[in-house]
Design a protein around this ligand. Structure first.
Ligand SMILES: Nc1ncnc2c1ncn2[C@@H]1O[C@H](COP(=O)(O)OP(=O)(O)O)[C@@H](O)[C@H]1O
Ligand SMILES: [Mg+2]
Length: 253
């Protein structure tokens, strides 16, 4: 049975999309069967891997029940993907009318056992799409930068996940907070990281030992539409992501 891992944080720019992309590519390279669900209307992840998101059905049709997961999946070399485009913005409102937070979970049920991992990228808010992702999740990873406001956001997302567990019977537990875009040599960064770790301790949120460093290599990967393992430009960044994948895999068979 595939494990559904959701990457979420209501803040933008904290590397949800990048981390979903790179971790998924890394897991596939290690021989796992991987599906990515692009559940973010900007469709950046779909774009990063050159998925076709105009001609075929996407996560919008999936969530609306107009297409099955099987029909939405594109098989790419990097991994399988259900892409997204801007139509998904409509779902944010339409899901209120449908009154359901279980749509994504139900839609993935039929294909869940074909994969080892299903990784879901989410929008920068705690709206209906993110609620659907929480309900579907087995595990939730919260990427964050170490800024003042990013650290504050941890409390809000924690509350949102707890509410989802209570009202939508979401089983997803917080696998960990991940510090990304870390500038190792700034005192302010180190201070905010330690504030974040304190909040996590209070809320009993685990924190990944691995941190992902700040580097321009990510931008190059996006421009080239090639993941960092293929581009092979920045060995330290590759090592960071490999260490993260090792941590994610701890406890897996
Ligand atoms: N390790 C990194 N170092 C520097 N920039 C990064 C890193 N990871 C991602 N970025 C950049 O940060 C920006 C936000 O990343 P993105 O993954 O889109 O965040 P989110 O999905 O949370 O909004 C992008 O422009 C991306 O290129
Ligand atoms: Mg994003």
């Amino acid at each position: 049975m595939g494990k559904i891992i959701v990457f979420a944080n209501q803040k933008g720019g904290v590397t949800k999309t990048t981390t979903t992309w790179i971790v998924s590519a890394g897991l596939k390279r290690r021989g796992y069967k991987v599906l990515v669900v692009d559940f973010e209307p900007q469709g950046d992840l779909s774009d990063s891997v050159k998925a076709e998101n105009e001609k075929y059905v996407t996560s919008y049709e999936l969530i609306k029940g107009e297409a099955t997961a099987e029909e939405c999946i594109q098989h790419l070399d990097v991994f399988d993907i259900i892409p997204a485009n801007q139509l998904l913005y409509n779902a944010e409102l339409e899901l209120i009318e449908m009154g359901r937070e279980h749509k994504l979970k139900e839609a993935l049920d039929s294909i869940k056992d074909r994969y080892d991992f299903i990784l879901v990228d989410t929008p920068p808010n705690l709206g209906n799409l993110t609620a659907n992702a929480f309900t579907a999740a087995d595990e939730i990873i919260i990427p964050t930068t170490a800024g003042k406001y990013s650290v504050k956001a941890i409390k809000e997302i924690h509350l949102s996940i707890k509410q989802n567990q209570k009202y939508c019977s979401g089983k997803g537990y917080i696998r960990g907070l991940l510090f990304t875009r870390v500038k190792s040599n700034t005192n302010a960064g180190k201070l905010m990281q330690s504030v974040g770790i304190d909040i996590c301790q209070q809320l009993q949120i685990p924190v990944f030992k691995t941190t992902i460093r700040e580097t321009t290599a990510i931008e190059n990967a996006q421009i080239e539409q090639l993941d960092i393992f293929v581009l092979n430009e920045n060995k330290e960044l590759i090592a960071d992501y490999n260490a993260l994948i090792d941590e994610i895999l701890q406890g897996e068979i």
